[in-house]
Ligand binder design. Structure first.
Ligand code: SF4
Length: 314
């Protein structure tokens, strides 16, 4: 087990900047000051995290500022690349977690947390014994396996992206030539840690409504199909089916890509995906036996998936 990295000589993510964040910012754009842009119930995660549309609760998302990837098409770019957010301390973050549970959160969903782990872990330490809902680690997949291993007593559900197979593509769109090498190792470690997905029945919230299943433990692997790059998506599906242990994770194939931020600098991704492109990737996944998980309606390519970053709940 590694000694957990601190903000001094930061090695929290595979960028390994080794800079002192009390003095300057690394690639993620963050100092050692914890910042977040929103803490609120979110209805648009996978149904086993957000509950059905008609349910009262939702996923208790906390969106942290900064990002270790900063993809050129990021839908959250005001917080990931422009550092929008409110400064918090760990005690305030602990109170936010408790308030989210009181509001009906089915889980605490840490969105892009890696760059602030030294501030987030003390907050979780304060409230873990009082929270009765799982902790979700919602990240871009670009993680160090050693850090994933360290987090095994903190994280119940891993929600990583698996964005690219091709390193030239990841270098161009996310400034990250070693994305697949790092993400594939980290995701393997996440699956080893949690084992097969575990669900629990959530009792009806109104007498007229049915009960529903919520995830308590496991890995949901997300892949968003990019316009013009279905071959890369299919290469990822082949790797997933070949290398990841069957029955030990769920796959979530997203069709919601919408050009944002610097997408317009890259003509190949400056449009939404077509139904044909998405269906080709879904067909490939199914033919490879990847049948456990979620697919999205093509009409899901809407900007409503991006919540307003208005400091709500902070
Ligand atoms: S968290 Fe930020 S400063 Fe630390 S290694 Fe990653 S990009 Fe660099």
């Amino acid at each position: 087990m590694i000694r957990f990295p601190t903000y001094e000589s930061c090695t929290l993510c595979p960028r390994m900047c080794r800079i002192d964040r009390s003095r300057k910012t690394g690639y993620c754009g963050c100092t050692d000051q914890l910042k977040a842009a929103r803490a609120a119930l979110h209805k648009w995660e996978e149904p086993c995290l957000s509950g059905p549309e008609w349910a009262r609760g939702g996923s208790g998302t906390v969106f942290f500022s900064g990002c270790t990837l900063k993809c050129c098409f990021c839908q959250n770019y005001p917080i990931s690349s422009e550092q929008f957010g409110k400064e918090l301390n760990s005690n305030e973050l602990a109170d936010i977690f408790l308030r989210l549970e009181d509001q009906g959160a089915y889980n605490i969903n840490l969105v892009t947390p890696t760059q602030f782990l030294p501030s987030i872990l003390p907050a979780l330490d304060q409230v873990r014994s009082r929270l009765s809902i799982p902790i979700v680690y919602n990240c871009g997949g670009y993680e160090r396996p050693e850090i994933v291993e360290y987090l095994k007593d903190y994280v119940d559900i891993w929600l990583p992206d698996l964005k690219y197979h091709d390193s030239a593509l990841s270098a161009r769109l996310s400034n990250c030539g070693n994305y697949f090498e790092a993400a594939s190792r980290a995701i393997y470690q996440m699956i080893l840690q949690t084992g097969a997905p575990v669900f629990e029945e959530h009792a009806p919230e109104e007498p007229s409504q049915p009960s529903f299943l919520l995830m308590k433990k496991g890995v949901i692997l997300r892949h968003m199909v990019l316009p013009g790059h279905r071959d890369d998506s299919i290469a990822l599906m082949e790797w997933v089916s070949r290398e990841l242990p069957k029955g030990q994770y769920l796959l979530s194939l997203l069709s919601q890509y919408t050009p944002f931020y610097h997408s317009c600098d890259h003509p190949d991704i400056n449009r939404r995906i077509t139904s044909y492109e998405y269906q080709k990737v879904v067909d490939a996944a199914l033919s490879l036996g990847l049948t456990e998980g979620f697919i999205q309606e093509k009409s899901s390519a809407k900007e409503e998936y991006t919540p307003p970053f208005d400091l709500k709940g902070l």
